[in-house]
Design a protein around this ligand. Structure first.
Ligand code: 6PG
Length: 214
């Protein structure tokens, strides 16, 4: 496991920003959630050029909803302007399956191919993107994106699939906070979760803060 442990989330975010800039990645998958917000703020000061940005997953809510990953990214990473090549999920369709199909059609129109880099988070249940344990979405081997109902959240989600994440040249998993310490310990002891299924055997860097790695 390629592992870097940082004192704080700020240190983790600064290091992740440096790694992204040094990667010279031209197509980047962006995780949602709270962990990447600081990283996105840092990157927004000098947004890497000529990049195709792709949202990894979305809660099936309007952009006006506080839970919206699209809105969070446009407020942080794209605070100085939304780039032309930005592919997110259109939840205004009010039809998760149609949203996933539209995303996939736009992916092909943009001729994205395999991503250079995917940024991922990790839930305390070992989910990543919106590939949650027990939902079956992790088992989808064809297609770029899928809709998925998540019973524990009583929420529809749309997400890129496991093969898309695994086909990327590189992955960076960012994990922060003591609430993740148990799942990280379980992962380091070999337990299987969606996050391990999308990263095992492919180049992946784990960026943890100290609290997540106790
Ligand atoms: C989402 C994310 C999800 C996230 C994990 C960790 O839409 O919530 O894509 O996979 O990365 O749930 O979330 P935190 O960073 O908020 O802990």
């Amino acid at each position: 496991m390629n592992l870097r442990i940082f004192e704080t989330l700020e240190d983790l975010s600064q290091a992740a920003a440096r790694a992204i800039r040094m990667s010279n990645a031209k197509s980047i998958g962006l995780t949602g959630g709270s962990t990447p917000k600081r990283l996105y703020e840092i990157l927004s000061a000098s947004l890497p050029h000529d990049v195709t940005w792709v949202l990894v997953d979305e809660r099936y809510v309007p952009k006006s909803d506080p839970q919206s990953n699209t809105a969070m990214i446009e407020r942080t990473l794209f605070a100085n302007g939304v780039p032309d090549r930005w592919l997110s999920f259109d939840t205004s369709l009010n039809d998760p399956a149609a949203t996933a199909r539209k995303f996939e059609a736009e992916w092909h129109e943009l001729a994205i191919g395999d991503l250079d880099l995917v940024l991922l988070g990790c839930g305390d249940d070992g989910h990543t993107a919106s590939l949650f344990p027990g939902t079956g979405a992790i088992d989808i081997e064809d297609g770029i994106a899928t809709e998925v109902y998540v019973p524990r959240l009583e929420q529809w989600r749309v997400t890129i699939t496991k093969p898309v994440i695994r086909a990327a040249k590189q992955r960076i998993v960012m994990v922060s906070g003591s609430s993740k310490a148990k799942v990280i310990a379980d992962i380091r002891n070999g337990a299987q979760f969606p996050i391990t299924q999308v990263t095992e055997g492919v180049e992946t860097w784990w960026f943890l803060d100290k609290d997540a790695s106790l």
